[in-house]
Write a protein that binds this ligand. Structure first.
Ligand code: FAD
Length: 307
């Protein structure tokens, strides 16, 4: 019940101001956000890769309102890629981007987002890594998939995300499960209407399994983004049944969530990539993490009240 309310609040400027200013917020934000600057995130990347984990880095931000902000987002990724190059971490760290942060929702936003993301994808390729386009709310997805297709003409390793809660996703999975593709499947983190998305958790889980089956049976590289132990076990079975070796798919989890599981799956020989978000514009990302688990909200409320 609380999830949809928190997701609605994630789009409210008033709530943004309240949450950002509340004493105690930082303590909770720090659990999910790996720092505010490149300098703060670099040691976290070094630590994760030393443990045998891989990372995908997200400079947090979305819903920007000016072209200048979209350029700043592009430049923040270029700065990050420059640092990864200096540190020789290019092959262990990929990038995740939200096209809304690159200007997708502004006037002429489709072209603007493509123009902003292309140099990032190019710079990533130059250091031996790649970029995955995150999936945002359903109204943005046709544009995201079109940008993905366009980028793949020059950079075929560019990945994208599909969301199990959407009715459309099984068709998208079939289209994307082709040779050379990299597709992350997640349950989905936005507030979506019943006209386009399953609302029931059990229905979403069933769809997730059907989609993993499609991806495992296809020719692409599936990336399983979930912390759900049952779905992880099912994925392992489906991968075995499809005859996939351990390096022919990967698991992904979020920084700060089920960290023991990151290490356990990696020690079992799985490729485990930790989605590591950093930056100052953390509000939307943080609120989606609160919405996923009501206990986080209690923890948050307690930390505000005890400050
Ligand atoms: P759940 O059933 O939600 O959780 C299973 C268990 O994991 C819970 O019982 C709990 O123990 C733990 N857990 C899950 N979430 C939390 C949390 N916030 N805090 C504490 N514990 C938690 N969504 C998109 O819409 N677009 C994207 O591009 C996208 N990219 C993602 C990338 C990665 C690598 C991951 C892991 C998720 C991504 N998501 C994205 C979010 C995703 O859609 C889900 O909202 C999120 O992963 C929670 O679903 P779950 O599969 O972990 O299962």
């Amino acid at each position: 019940m609380l999830g949809p309310v928190i997701l609605a609040a994630s789009r409210s400027d008033r709530m943004r101001r309240f949450v950002s200013a509340a004493p105690g917020t930082k303590q909770v934000v720090d659990r999910f956000i790996a720092g505010e600057t490149v300098d703060e995130v670099v040691p976290i990347v070094e630590d994760a890769t030393a443990k045998g984990l891989e990372v995908t880095l997200d400079v947090v931000g979305e819903d920007i309102t000016t072209v200048e902000q979209s350029h700043a987002a592009r430049d923040a990724y270029l700065e990050l890629i420059g640092r990864l190059k200096e540190l020789g971490l290019g092959e262990r760290a990929e990038m995740s981007v939200k096209l809304s942060m690159f200007g997708q929702a502004l006037e002429g936003g489709h072209e603007l987002a493509l123009a902003n993301v292309r140099p990032v994808v190019e710079a990533a390729a130059a250091i031996g890594t790649t970029v995955t386009l995150d999936a945002e709310d359903h109204t943005t997805l046709d544009s995201m998939f079109a940008i993905h297709e366009e980028l793949r003409k020059d950079f075929p390793q560019t990945g994208c995300v599909i969301q199990a809660y959407l009715f459309r996703t099984e068709d998208d999975a079939r289209r994307l499960a082709a040779a050379g593709s990299r597709v992350r499947i997640v349950k989905g983190a936005y507030k979506e209407p019943a006209s386009v998305a399953y609302q029931d958790k059990a229905e979403i889980d069933k769809a997730f399994v059907r989609i993993v089956k499609i991806l495992m049976g296809g020719l692409g590289y599936p990336m399983i983004g979930s912390h759900d132990p049952r779905l992880i076990a099912i994925t392992q079975d489906l991968a075995r049944q499809a005859g996939r070796k351990l390096d022919e798919y990967e698991f992904q989890m979020l920084y700060g969530i089920r960290s023991d599981e990151h290490v356990r799956l990696s020690a079992e020989g799985h490729r485990m990539r930790v989605y590591t978000a950093y930056g100052t514009d953390w509000y939307g990302y943080f609120m989606r993490r609160l919405a996923e688990k009501p206990a986080n909200l209690l923890f948050f409320a307690r930390s505000i009240l005890t400050k």
